[in-house]
Write a protein that binds this ligand. Structure first.
Ligand SMILES: *Cc1c(COP(=O)(O)O)cnc(C)c1O
Length: 496
């Protein structure tokens, strides 16, 4: 007998399932304790040098076991997050997640489905979740949709469909490259950088993206847009699409989507709306009318992980005309012949609507979030965040030591500390120093931006754990620390 016949086959499944079960239960308990006690922690702290060292250990050649790996996680990973789950985190536009979402992720990972459209329940869950999202957003029911990693990918998909509707598969390489070289896409100065990336990836190039001026509310100037289109046509170029913003990353501005939709109809252009977080204004009682126009977009990109509280990653792209969407990505492969029986019945339709073939079961956490909380509770959270933004804005307006830097739009509050004795440059440096101090002392995490050349603090409120008192705490710390930093103004203020 040779060696192969005597040795039992090995598997990665545990030798003792009960031992593993106990560890699994402990992991859930530890994570639930962590989430239940977020408020007691500093919002953020830097990873200490000794921990950084520990996270540079050599590749494990031999098994260390899950116990040991988990211990390392508890000691070196879990204590040092970015902080986006904390009630006083309002930096950039990040998601705060939920326990329900975490558990759904675990279930999806357990099933380990590759959601491509076969005859399986995961496919049906994805279809249903997409249908529910269309209903929540009042987007046409016949639209096609796809879950992707986030709005960056959804923007890429929307613009890929826009580009491909203006080209033909029958074109030869030369005709195609001539046409691509003439294509122009428009959006406002406030457009997200993922649109630039999409332009590059699609072979259109960043220089074919026109950034149109904005009005005092940071919304696209529609008449300037119209002139730019006329001018490009006059020069023999080929305008193909307009990107509308529903909630810009800088100030939460919402372009006049209805005006953009009408202009695109007149000019035969594709309207893509980037509504990464702003589409959820649709659930609010106060701001829903402002995003009504999104129903007229040819394609719509948005996130579930920013303002619908689903854990990372979850974004979605919807396209009004499914045929157009499919034509942009459909393929035929001999190893995936269309069949009517067996697990692969139904083929791989999701692969025909985007660049990925293998796809995770992100739909489950979206589906479970919608089921667990319903439209009602999610809508209340959106209203709560909008109310908190108005509250913060009122308190800033009422305090001479603070000033708003942009008109309030949605859930993004841009403001700063002011002191009449300081020059413009000194105020910029002071506010930058203040921002870092609040972050490094674990008080609150805001981010910064430049608006009309001046440094602004920025709170993007997508956090379901924040309470009124958290905003009170933020402002009281700012007005306390601001003058102390100002008093140091003759020294060099460190802001790197
Ligand atoms: C965050 C954001 C994006 C990119 O979304 P990701 O989920 O990070 O890929 C695009 N547009 C806007 C307006 C955003 O806020």
């Amino acid at each position: 007998m040779n060696e192969h016949e005597t040795k039992a086959d090995e598997t990665l499944d545990p030798a003792d399932w009960n031992e593993l079960r106990a560890l699994g239960h402990r992991m859930i308990d530890d994570m639930i304790d962590f989430l239940a006690r977020l408020r007691e922690r500093p919002v953020w702290r830097s990873v200490p040098e000794e921990v950084k060292q520990k996270l540079r250990e050599p590749l494990p050649e031999e098994p260390q076991g899950l116990d040991r790996a988990y211990l390392d996680f508890i000691e070196n990973v879990l204590p040092y997050p970015t902080g986006n789950l904390h009630p006083r985190f309002w930096g950039w536009v990040k998601g705060s997640g939920t326990v329900e979402g975490m558990l759904a992720e675990m279930l999806a990972a357990g099933m380990n489905c590759n959601v491509s459209g076969f005859d399986d329940a995961a496919t049906l869950v994805e279809r249903q979740a997409i249908d529910w999202l269309k209903q929540l957003l009042d987007y046409p029911v016949e639209a096609s949709g796809l879950f992707v990693s986030g709005a960056s990918m959804a923007n890429l998909i929307g613009l890929a469909v826009a580009r491909n509707t203006k080209t033909s598969r029958d074109m030869n390489a030369r005709e195609r490259s001539d046409l691509l070289g003439k294509m122009v896409v428009y959006g406002s100065q406030e457009m997200h950088a993922s649109i630039d990336k999409a332009m590059e990836l699609l072979g259109l190039g960043r220089s074919s993206l026109r950034r149109i001026a904005v009005n005092e509310r940071f919304e696209i100037d529609v008449s300037a847009l119209r002139s730019a289109i006329v001018e490009d046509r006059r020069r023999g170029l080929s305008p193909i699409a307009v990107v509308g913003n529903a909630g810009t990353v800088n100030t939460g501005a919402i372009d006049d989507l209805d005006a953009l939709a009408s202009l695109c109809e007149d000019e035969m252009l594709w309207l893509h709306v980037d509504g990464a977080f702003g589409v959820w204004a649709k659930l609010s009682t106060t701001d829903r009318e402002r995003v009504n126009g999104l129903s007229r977009a040819d394609s719509l990109a948005f996130d579930l992980h920013k303002w619908l509280f689903v854990p990372y990653e979850a974004g979605c792209c919807l396209v009004q005309k499914p045929d157009r969407h499919r034509e942009a990505f459909a393929f035929t492969a001999e190893y995936l012949p269309p069949v009517r029986r067996g697990p692969s019945a139904g083929g791989v339709p999701f692969a025909e609507f985007g660049p990925q073939l293998s796809r995770g079961f992100r739909a489950l956490k979206v589906w479970m979030t919608l089921k667990a909380f319903g439209r009602g509770r999610l809508a209340r959270m959106i209203d709560q965040n909008l109310g908190q933004a108005r509250y913060l804005c009122e308190r800033i307006d009422a305090d001479p030591r603070l000033e708003m830097m942009a008109p309030l739009s949605l859930n993004v509050v841009c403001f700063r500390f002011v002191d009449a004795a300081l020059s413009a440059g000194e105020l910029d440096r002071l506010n930058t120093a203040l921002l870092f101090e609040l972050q490094e002392d674990g008080v609150a995490v805001l981010s910064q931006t430049r608006l009309r050349g001046r440094v602004s603090l920025r709170a993007a409120i997508t956090n379901h754990r924040s309470r009124r008192e958290d905003f009170d705490h933020l402002l009281s710390q700012i007005v306390k620390r601001g003058p102390v930093i100002a008093a140091r103004r003759n020294q060099e203020i460190r802001f790197e």
